[in-house]
Design a protein. Structure first.
Length: 376
């Protein structure tokens, strides 16, 4: 159960259908506010397991009768009776204190969250951010009952060798930035990066795709800094087009701050074997990336560190390709929808049988740990 069905839930849902006897995805958001960006729209017809909240007859019986329920961006009232009966339930959540919390608010939050979360025995947290458990732990919620999770969007269907052959046509390093043009995704940082690279004498192409309230401002920055020969603005694109552009790009740059709950474009770029350069503040980064192993991480907001990482990957083609290959393998061998679904299925069976929970050592369904904002 969540607000709406997007491209980010389609792959994992298809895997759940194969594993569970029955599977339903219930959209809880009102019809009038269902518009989605192109990159989040599921391709093809809506799957038969997806229902709008208003279409479900006997909703209460369905929710209470299910062996397991995952609920995300929807009211806890929908599962309130289920929780009181002690039935296995997971809350699927990004971090809740993206802009921080004042110390005096914590005692009140502890009391409030006891009634919402802590008093229910079979209530667990699926962390769609590496910072989610830390946020909930401030109010003593989901202690030792939190698991690493995330988003599992569509991925490249090509082999890494096929992707490299596409990139062999690039005459200069191809950089890519994809996202909404909003303040906390910091597209201006990508423009400043391009300006500094140009001034330092580097040749490259930076493609930027997406839409949003900052788009006009960003286009003006490109013109004012005379970067038209270096930056290509693509506008809004589909999910399939995003994958195509990632397969062509050598370096993927992600500049968001702590407001980026997960950042599913990171999964997509890694699955396409890009050398990823990403801010440490992005919710997915601590789960998916290991610095200098399968990508490069820079401290949030640091133009200097961003520059250093990009220049490093531009200069050393071999290292850039090795980082991209390791990113590709991370997505194929651990953060893949099929692997995540299987691990979740095994975890559910373990919890339902009251055996010791089956814990993966890393990746999806491994135990979440406390992670402070300043870990890097």
């Amino acid at each position: 159960m969540s607000n709406r069905f997007t491209n980010h839930q389609k792959e994992i849902s298809n895997e759940f259908v194969k594993l569970f006897e029955s599977y339903f995805f219930i959209e809880c958001e009102p019809e009038e506010i269902r518009s989605l960006p192109e990159g989040k729209k599921p391709s093809g017809d809506t799957p038969s397991y997806v229902f709008k909240l208003t279409e479900v007859e006997n909703l209460g019986s369905l929710v209470v009768g299910a062996d397991v329920v995952i609920f995300g961006s929807c009211s806890q009232k929908l599962v309130k009776h289920r929780l009181k009966l002690g039935k296995l339930t997971f809350k699927y959540s990004e971090r809740i204190f993206k802009t921080g919390i004042k110390k005096w608010q914590i005692p009140l939050r502890v009391i409030k969250d006891y009634f919402r979360y802590n008093r229910f025995k079979n209530f667990y947290l699926l962390c769609a951010s590496a910072y989610a458990y830390s946020d909930y732990a401030l109010s003593k919620s989901f202690i030792n009952k939190s698991y690493k999770w995330g988003y599992f969007p569509s991925a490249s269907r090509r082999t890494f060798e096929e992707i490299l052959s596409i990139r062999n046509n690039n005459k200069v390093p191809n950089l890519l930035w994809i996202g909404r043009f909003i303040d906390w995704k910091h597209p201006e940082l990508a423009i400043m990066l391009a300006e500094n690279l140009k001034n330092a004498g580097y040749y490259f192409v930076l493609s930027m795709a997406g839409f949003g309230p900052m788009l006009t401002e960003i286009k003006k920055m490109v013109a004012d800094k005379q970067l038209e020969d270096y930056i290509i603005m693509h506008g809004s694109i589909t999910a399939d087009k995003a994958i195509e552009m990632m397969e062509m790009s050598d370096i993927f740059v992600q500049t968001s701050d702590f407001n980026e709950g997960w950042g599913a474009v990171l999964n997509e770029a890694m699955s396409c074997g890009c050398c990823v350069v990403a801010s440490h503040a992005i919710g997915a980064v601590p789960y998916l990336l290991k610095h200098n192993i399968n990508g490069l991480i820079f401290k949030n907001g640091s133009l200097k560190e961003l520059m250093d990482c990009v220049i490093q990957s531009m200069k050393d083609v071999k290292q850039r390709q090795l980082l991209g290959q390791e990113a590709y393998l991370t997505m194929k061998k651990e953060w893949h929808p099929q692997i995540a679904a299987t691990r979740f299925y095994n975890l559910v069976r373990s919890l339902l049988s009251n055996d010791m929970a089956v814990n993966a050592e890393s990746g999806p369904c491994s135990k979440a740990v406390i992670l402070e904002n300043n870990w890097m």
